[in-house]
Design a protein. Structure first.
Length: 115
């Protein structure tokens, strides 16, 4: 039996690996095809992205915010009602706004002057 101190384990642990995957992202892609006598019966395409929510939003993925099965329905309904009310208020303001002759919609294109 030796009395030498044990060396600490130098490898990476699971927490470091998960931190790196969530920070950088990991993509797994694959296809499964089932054929019988050279006739393709079924094709399954698998695409998996593993990353943090912050990283997903950085690369433009935020479908979970608008998926009705993932968002609380009361929250979605209240958001829709609030946005519809805002649209109605803006339309009312546009209808009440006086049309000025200098507005961009009533301006006629200028013609070059004859010399």
């Amino acid at each position: 039996m030796t009395l030498e101190p044990r060396r600490p384990y130098q490898g990476t642990n699971l927490v470091d690996i998960l931190d790196r995957i969530l920070d950088k992202g990991l993509v797994v892609a694959g296809d499964v095809r089932i054929s019988l006598a050279n006739v393709e019966l079924l094709t399954i395409r698998i695409r998996l992205l593993v990353c943090s929510i912050d990283k997903a939003e950085q690369i433009g993925l935020n479908w979970w915010r608008y998926d009705r099965s993932l968002v609380a329905e009361a929250e979605t309904e209240s958001t829709i009602a609030r946005l519809e009310q805002r649209i109605a208020d803006l339309e009312r303001q546009l209808a009440l706004a006086p049309a000025s002759p200098t507005s961009a919609t009533s301006r006629r294109p200028s013609r070059p002057r004859k010399r």
